[in-house]
Design a protein around this ligand. Structure first.
Ligand SMILES: Cc1cc2nc3c(=O)[nH]c(=O)nc-3n(C[C@H](O)[C@H](O)[C@H](O)COP(=O)(O)O)c2cc1C
Length: 207
């Protein structure tokens, strides 16, 4: 299984990055997980020619050819970071590689709540017409107190959290397989979402 994981921040020091690096090593026998950065991407600015900047094109191609995607989000002011929102805006405005892609949401925060509100926010965003990812349902992996969560070698030191992550990842592996099977022959809605435009909605089209 080939997965792309996205570090949902432009911060140089991030426990969400450490979480994905841990997952990359910890699940290396079950999946190849590439850790992708959004930190050098430009802020979304709706260019008229709809051309994706090079970094977005590269990320989009990786998502397109992956079996699934993992997004790790911090929480800023009860929401996802602007840098992550901007990356998603580029993807939705240009190549739309997340349509029908199995996605697992995880997140880490310094406080106790583990980015729960940001994860709910991300779920809602990923369900928009141009993103329309297949988000793993009824599943959250919330890593609270993330500043103390990793040792010097990058191991997750909270044993209960490792067990929880193992279960979530097992479920996600199955979810990836089942979802890709499910969407394989059902391309009508996916094609509709690829063509979707908000201008059509203004003219009476449907979402
Ligand atoms: C401006 C700002 C707002 C924040 N808002 C929240 C918040 O709403 N909820 C929360 O749990 N942590 C909040 N934090 C704390 C951490 O940044 C947050 O826990 C983040 O998920 C840590 O992720 P990182 O280690 O990947 O940078 C905030 C921090 C800053 C600087």
């Amino acid at each position: 299984m080939k997965l792309v994981s996205i570090v949902g921040t432009n911060s140089n020091e991030s426990t969400n990055r450490r979480l994905l690096q841990f997952m990359q090593a910890h699940f290396s026998e079950q999946a190849f997980i590439e850790v992708c950065e959004i930190k050098d991407l430009p802020a979304f600015n709706e260019p008229e020619d709809k051309t994706a900047p090079a970094g977005i094109k590269e990320l989009s191609d990786k998502i397109q050819s992956a079996d699934g995607v993992i997004i790790s989000t911090p929480e800023y002011d009860h929401a996802i970071p602007a840098a992550l929102k901007s990356a998603l805006e580029w993807l939705s405005y240009t190549t739309r590689p997340l349509i029908d892609k199995p996605v697992m949401i995880v997140g880490a925060s310094h406080g106790a709540l583990g980015s729960s509100r940001a994860q709910a926010h991300l779920r809602q965003i990923l369900d928009s017409p141009e993103l329309k990812a297949r988000i793993m349902p009824s599943s959250e992996f919330l890593l609270g107190r993330s500043l103390d969560a990793f040792d010097e070698e990058g191991h997750l030191v909270y044993e209960d959290k490792v067990k929880e992550l193992d279960e979530c990842f097992d479920e996600f592996s199955l979810f990836v397989e089942m979802t890709n099977q499910l969407v394989k022959d059902h391309r009508f809605k996916a094609e509709k979402n690829k063509q979707f435009s908000w201008e059509q909605v203004a003219d009476g089209g449907s979402i």
